[in-house]
Ligand binder design. Structure first.
Ligand code: HAM
Length: 431
């Protein structure tokens, strides 16, 4: 037996159904906002992440799966997808025809060498979007609103949207100067991470969770006091759009996010399940002003956001938002005897071609064992075929919820099922 590697997990059976459902809802919402799918490689040149995520971030400093390949090139398993997605847009020259913005959605595995705990894995799935090429409060708001809608569709209530603006360059230079002065007085008594951040990325001190440091951080200069007129106006416009469509938010002036490419509005979605599960952020994102240029593209800005599917599935399970999502069969076919087995085998294929999910018992089982199998497969109906049914060219159909059963001629079978199932999706109706 081989155990899965620490921080990784198998997604199988019902769990896989939950993931597919969540991914499908998110995808549907993105498509309805004209986002197109981008699938980019899982391995990228390590430089890509140093350049984009930033060499002072925890992700790049401590968490990347980086190795030399056989050609001595430094390769990294992607820790996030924004960098690869924007790189792909630049490589494909998607900005050449000036038809902005380019809207991408993506889904795939990411790798971070973190300390595994609930909601924190070393391999995890992200679903995200990037909207690139336009600097507009409308686009920032669109991304936020779109995920808000998607989470509502998934059944979330009481989501907490935290939002902040890191301001423009002028704002950040002045603010960092003020923080430098302020934390300079206390840094010797602060935690080791803060000491490191003081040197490499002072804004990240605001993210520190150490209780004693929180007190010092609470009295630090406020970012909002440093906004330039321009960045204040931009932030207010985003907030006003959220107000207009009724998206609730909480301004959190200490929210800075852990990736270096953010420049303006940043946000995170938080949620606590009924049993108190809270993994930090379910999803997060923000505006990036220089990333496209940094990766060799034109001087265009973008905004994006990504959600962790594991975290979504886990809190949704906790709050019973995934009940009934598990895959079930339309029909379970039960042959009685050897001769019936062959007819049922052929019938199963015919029903699949007509769009009905089904399975047939091809093992020697008695009646009650076959009903148990039907139940485990969450079948809605059983089809029973014995000697008599073969002779009369018919089947017995039993509704497993009501226990009612009827004999139906083979020639009327599809018509009968269509009626019972109502609007059924028939892939092969014309055949
Ligand atoms: P992030 O905040 O690093 O942002 O990750 C986004 C989401 O991925 C988190 O909110 C969380 O749900 C999930 N996540 C992150 N790390 C783990 C982990 N170790 N285990 C399970 N889930 C995890 C980004 O990655 C940015 N690329 C988002 C973005 C897109 N910004 C602009 N565009």
């Amino acid at each position: 037996m081989y155990a899965v590697l620490k921080g990784t997990h198998d997604i199988i059976l019902d769990e896989a159904d939950y993931y597919s459902y969540i991914e499908e809802v998110l995808t549907r919402v993105c498509i309805s906002h004209n986002y197109r799918e981008f699938r980019t490689p899982i391995i990228e040149s390590s430089d890509l992440f140093l350049r984009s995520v930033g060499d002072s971030t925890d992700i790049v400093r401590k968490e990347m799966y980086t190795f030399l390949d056989k050609g001595e090139r430094s390769i990294t398993l992607r820790p996030e997808i924004t960098a690869g997605c924007v790189r792909s847009m630049v490589n494909a020259k998607l900005f050449a025809n000036m038809d902005y913005p380019v809207k991408a959605y993506y889904l795939g595995p990411n790798f971070r060498y973190e300390r595994p705990q609930k909601g924190r894995y070393r391999q995890f799935l992200q679903f995200g979007v990037e909207c690139v090429g336009s600097t507009s409060p409308y686009r920032d708001a669109e991304v936020i609103i779109m995920f808000n809608n998607a989470l509502k569709m998934l059944g979330f209530n009481n989501l907490k949207l935290k939002i902040n603006s890191l301001g423009d360059e002028e704002t950040r230079i002045n603010y960092k100067k003020a923080l430098n002065e302020y934390f300079g007085q206390y840094i010797d008594s602060m935690c080791e991470d803060c000491k490191e951040r003081y040197k490499t990325n002072i804004l990240r001190i605001l993210d520190c969770k150490v209780e004693a440091d929180r007190e010092i951080i609470g009295k630090a200069p406020k970012l909002s006091d440093f906004y330039s007129d321009e960045s204040k106006k931009y932030f207010d416009s985003v907030l006003s759009l959220l107000d207009k469509v009724g998206v609730e938010y909480e301004i959190d002036n200490t929210l800075v996010r852990g990736l270096d490419y953010y420049t303006g509005v940043v946000f995170e979605y938080h949620y606590t399940s009924k049993s108190g599960q809270n993994y930090g952020a379910l999803g997060g994102g923000g505006h990036y002003g220089k990333l496209v240029k940094e990766l060799g593209g034109p001087d265009l800005e973008g905004v994006g956001c990504a959600f962790g599917i594991e975290r979504l599935a886990s809190v949704m399970k906790d709050d019973n938002l995934l009940e009934g999502i598990e895959q079930g069969l339309d029909l379970y076919i039960m042959p009685l005897g050897e001769e019936a087995r062959e007819s049922c085998f052929i019938l199963s294929n015919f029903l699949s071609l007509n769009g009905y999910s089904n399975d047939v018992c091809l093992e020697s089982k008695n009646f009650s064992q076959m009903f148990k199998k039907a139940e485990r497969r969450r079948a809605k109906y059983a089809i029973i075929v014995g000697e008599n049914e073969i002779k009369n060219d018919e089947v017995v159909i039993k509704n497993l919820a009501t226990q009612e059963q009827t004999n139906v001629k083979n020639s009327d079978l599809i018509e009968y099922l269509d009626e019972e199932f109502g609007e059924h999706d028939h892939e092969h109706e014309e055949e």
